[in-house]
Design a protein around this ligand. Structure first.
Ligand SMILES: *Cc1c(COP(=O)(O)O)cnc(C)c1O
Length: 394
């Protein structure tokens, strides 16, 4: 079937998409309707933790969908309980609420913090967030985000999200008042361009929030679930947040997200929080398969090793081409180009023949790499070779 035969005009316009329809994928490779294959270093936007069409996930969803697809969120089901147990056993948190998207998990975190503020902080409701942060596309999470322009596009915003500067503790302290209930941040700003909060800053934030008796919320929608080389990125800084959100990688490609909290912060009462699909058995069965595979002996060590390998290769390329180095953790990395050639590289990489390469320029002056966590070193080599070819042609 030709591209022109797809009724794409029926889709609401939201962004410019290339004239490609993807039909299938396996591991690090995606295939389009004309049989062209693409080496995928985007993976659904850091979502497909185990690459395309992972066998374990297929089996888990197939099995679960034959048993039970939806008993209603008003009842327990087995995969929902098993996945919650796996998450609490392998994190510092005690309680889990499942949602469908990162934004929805963050909405839950905001509500939980505000509820806690009502109960314990005299109605405090403000949550300090950061410039260039990204927390989702609902009205409240857009208001929490520090993405330039987002304060005006659907104005008025939801109030109560003053913005501080990442890695500047004084900028946070300055904003704390009797109205403050929490500080929320991404341990590594993903959409902002892979900007890590330093270990020192995370520790300062933990100390500061503790001193003022307010909550620390980690938005690990992008950094969680092995992406940063540890199961959760907060582990890298040796601190424990009070609340964490997960999305993207937890579902390995299906809509699943989670809100996790320490038990003393888990203050929802009956009816405060919900959602038709929360804890859906097919999605949580997929998530259970993903997290189990990440916890298999040696898997996360492998992510760290391949992250280090990618880092070395990017540094070599940077030195060779006069770029400005690289940054990131695990398999969430960025190559700093020093000039705004990111979008041109992304287009050329995708259109390359015979095989294409899928990359992302989170900002015009950098490339972001978010391959499958089980990407091979051979695939990293292949990507680097393709990237060199593109740079030669620019
Ligand atoms: C992608 C992302 C979100 C939003 O997740 P959705 O599933 O698109 O709603 C929130 N926070 C961070 C850090 C993200 O990277």
């Amino acid at each position: 079937m030709n591209f022109s035969e797809y009724p794409i005009e029926s889709l609401m316009y939201i962004t410019n998409r290339p004239e490609i329809v993807f039909t299938h994928g396996k591991g690090s490779w995606l295939y389009d309707n004309e049989g062209k294959r693409y080496l995928d270093f985007i993976q659904g936007w850091a979502v497909n933790s185990l690459g395309h069409c992972n066998d374990g996930m297929i089996e888990a969803m197939d099995k679960q969908s034959r048993l039970l697809i939806n008993p209603s969120p008003a009842f327990y089901n087995e995969p929902m309980a098993k996945l919650a147990g796996l998450l609490t056993a392998n994190s510092c948190f005690d309680k889990v609420f499942f949602a469908n998207s990162g934004a929805e998990a963050n909405e839950g975190a905001i509500k939980l913090a505000r509820k806690w503020g009502k109960k314990y902080r005299d109605g405090a409701f403000e949550i300090i967030t950061f410039d260039h942060s990204f927390h989702g596309r609902t009205i409240a999470t857009m208001s929490a985000s520090g993405k330039p322009g987002w304060d005006t596009i659907y104005a008025p915003q939801v109030p109560g999200f003053p913005k501080a500067d990442l890695n500047d503790i004084a900028s946070v302290e300055k904003l704390i008042s009797a109205k403050t209930v929490a500080v929320m941040l991404e341990p590594i700003q993903g959409e902002g361009g892979v900007i890590p909060a330093t270990r020192e800053f995370m520790q300062q934030l933990r100390a500061l929030t503790q001193k003022h008796g307010i909550l620390l919320i980690a938005d690990e929608v992008q950094t969680g679930c092995g992406r940063a080389g540890t199961l959760f990125a907060y582990e890298l800084s040796g601190i424990e947040p009070d609340i964490m959100t997960l999305g993207k990688g937890i579902g390995g490609g299906v809509p699943l997200a989670a809100l996790l909290a320490k038990k003393e912060v888990s203050v929802f009462e009956a009816g405060d929080q919900g959602g038709t699909y929360n804890g859906n058995p097919v999605m949580t069965a997929a998530g259970y398969s993903v997290i189990s595979q990440l916890l298999a002996p040696g898997f996360l060590e492998g992510v760290r090793a391949r992250g280090e390998y990618l880092r070395e290769k990017l540094l070599e390329l940077s030195a060779e081409r006069g770029f400005e180095g690289e940054r990131g953790e695990g398999l969430l990395r960025a190559l700093m180009l020093g000039k705004d050639i990111g979008p041109a590289i992304v287009d050329k990489a995708r259109d390359m023949q015979p095989d294409g390469l899928l990359l992302n320029a989170a900002r015009p002056n950098l490339l972001r790499f978010m391959p499958a966590l089980n990407v091979t070193t051979e695939e990293i080599d292949q990507m680097m070779a393709m990237l060199r070819t593109i740079l030669d042609s620019l």
